[in-house]
Design a protein around this ligand. Structure first.
Ligand code: ZN
Ligand code: MN
Length: 491
């Protein structure tokens, strides 16, 4: 090994699926309702109540699993995961243990700026489970108490576990970004981290190079990170901390198979802190849930889900790069905005016939506008057909780039068409033939300049541009120059 150590990171992501009702009862999953108003005997665990599977949750989970290239077994079952915590009224969570909905998939990640080579990150499994409630400590003003809101108890979650294939905090962040993008395109989750719709736990350890070969350090699980940037920083911190410990203790640090420890991320201190020894899976005393039947997923069901996935981000980026001639970086920028923006881009690019110009103009004229207003493409006032009409005028040389920008600003401000905006600005379309006649007249009137250009002083043509502007204020300086030089060359 040339480096002192290699970092191994595996991520466990919980995403809340976009169902209207909970996983095993009819209660609403809406966020933000007053505490404990979206509960029933099933999700608060009253004795004798029976769970009923939400088909839509299974469907959304299946969609995601297929998009993550997972193997889908013919049948999948439900298990009870026992643990005791105030926000878990039943005393167990309904989850999936040894027969998960899916396993053995992968997600390809690549860095648009090329910081690392693209790679496939293995997906160990993706399974369905119910969420627990929410504990709130000392939240009421002037009180020191704990309260529990069970609105979230029973909400469907998909737990997506990756292999420890990620080799740096930056790769981990990239994986999360790509996964979130995919989930958005699939329409299975809103992935809102602030509302807890997407939660990340990270497992990290080092393989340290020694004379006897690589030696793994004990695995640490990091929790409580509330943004992808926080995940990246927590993992950088943790890798450095483990490396310092190794340098101090070496193999005395502990066996890699020994107890996994859990550490929290303290955003204020920008450091991880010890939480508790991680439970082994035997501590959870899993057993099959006797109240629920296994879910059978026939081949036809899986295939119909596969056929309904639509174009996913990776395929879309590839199509934009090869079909529209834009860079991987630009394709990434567009695809990250979501399908609606990409559709707008495709409509403009197809209509104006120039993918690169459409990409530049949309980044400058649309994305900036949307970003300033924190809004989405459906709020953009210029329809794709008019945007394309503007670009056609620019591409045909009827408008300079800067004049085009002015026209676009008018179109946005007044909801006008290209024609109306040009009229408002007093811009007339300059006919190419008209412009050539004008140039020809100017050259005839200025034989000295023609002679200078013929003698190799191309710059001399500059004084004709000013004269052309006097005759027609809408004449494009670049076009005037090109036409004059072409005419002189032909003399
Ligand atoms: Zn309920
Ligand atoms: Mn879980």
């Amino acid at each position: 090994m040339t480096e002192p150590y290699v970092i191994l990171i595996g991520l466990e992501v919980h995403v809340q699926l976009l169902t209207r009702s909970k996983l095993f009862c009819g209660c609403s999953t809406r966020f933000g309702a007053p505490p404990n108003t979206q509960t029933c005997p099933v999700c608060i665990g009253m004795p004798g109540s029976l769970p009923v599977i939400n088909r839509q949750a299974v469907q959304l989970a299946l969609r995601t699993a297929v998009a993550l290239n997972c193997t889908i077994p013919r049948s999948t079952k439900w298990d009870r995961k026992q643990y005791f915590y105030p926000d878990l009224p039943k005393g167990y969570q309904i989850s999936q243990y040894d027969l998960p909905l899916s396993h053995c998939g992968w997600l390809e990640i690549s860095d648009p700026k090329g910081a690392f080579a693209s790679k496939r990150v293995g997906i160990t499994r993706a399974h369905l489970e119910e969420d627990a409630g929410k504990s709130m400590h000392d939240e009421a003003v002037g009180r020191a108490d704990s309260r529990i809101d069970l609105n979230r108890a029973g909400t469907p979650l998909l737990e997506i576990v990756s292999e420890p294939d990620l080799r740096s905090p930056a790769e981990a962040k990239c994986y999360l970004t790509e996964l979130k993008l995919l989930l958005g395109y699939l329409g299975v989750s809103d992935c809102n981290m602030q509302e807890g719709s997407l939660r990340v736990d990270a497992n990290i350890n080092l393989h340290v190079g020694t004379a006897d070969g690589p030696v793994p350090t004990p695995i640490v699980e990091v929790k409580n990170m509330n943004s992808f940037r926080a995940v990246e920083r927590a993992l950088s911190y943790e890798a450095e901390r483990q490396w310092r410990l190794w340098q101090e203790l070496g193999v005395r640090l502990g066996e890699p198979g020994g107890h996994k420890t859990t550490r929290g991320w303290d955003e204020g201190r920008q450091a991880t802190y010890e939480q508790r020894a991680k439970e082994e899976s035997s501590d959870y005393r899993y057993f099959p849930d006797p109240d629920l039947l296994p879910v059978v997923l026939p081949e036809e069901t899986v295939e119909s889900v596969r056929a309904s996935l639509g174009e996913l981000p990776a395929a879309l980026r590839a199509r934009l790069e090869t079909g529209y001639g834009i860079t991987p970086y630009d394709a990434d920028v567009l695809v990250n905005q979501g399908r609606a923006l990409v559709d707008y881009y495709l409509a403009v690019a197809d209509a104006c016939g120039d993918g690169k110009t459409a990409c530049n103009w949309i980044q400058q004229g649309v994305l900036r506008w949307l970003n300033d207003r924190q809004t989405t493409i459906d709020a953009y006032p210029v329809p794709a057909t008019e945007f394309a009409a503007l670009l056609k005028a620019v591409l045909a040389g009827e408008l300079t780039t800067s004049r085009g920008r002015e026209v676009l600003a008018e179109m946005i401000d007044h909801g006008e068409t290209v024609e109306q905006a040009m009229k408002r600005l007093g811009i007339e379309r300059v006919d190419e033939a008209e412009l050539e006649t004008l140039c020809r007249r100017l050259l005839e009137a200025n034989p000295k300049i023609v002679a200078q250009v013929q003698a190799g002083k191309e710059k001399a043509v500059g004084s004709l541009i000013g004269q052309a502007k006097k005759h027609n204020p809408n004449a494009d300086p670049g076009r005037v120059k090109d036409i004059c030089l072409k005419l002189i060359a032909g003399m």
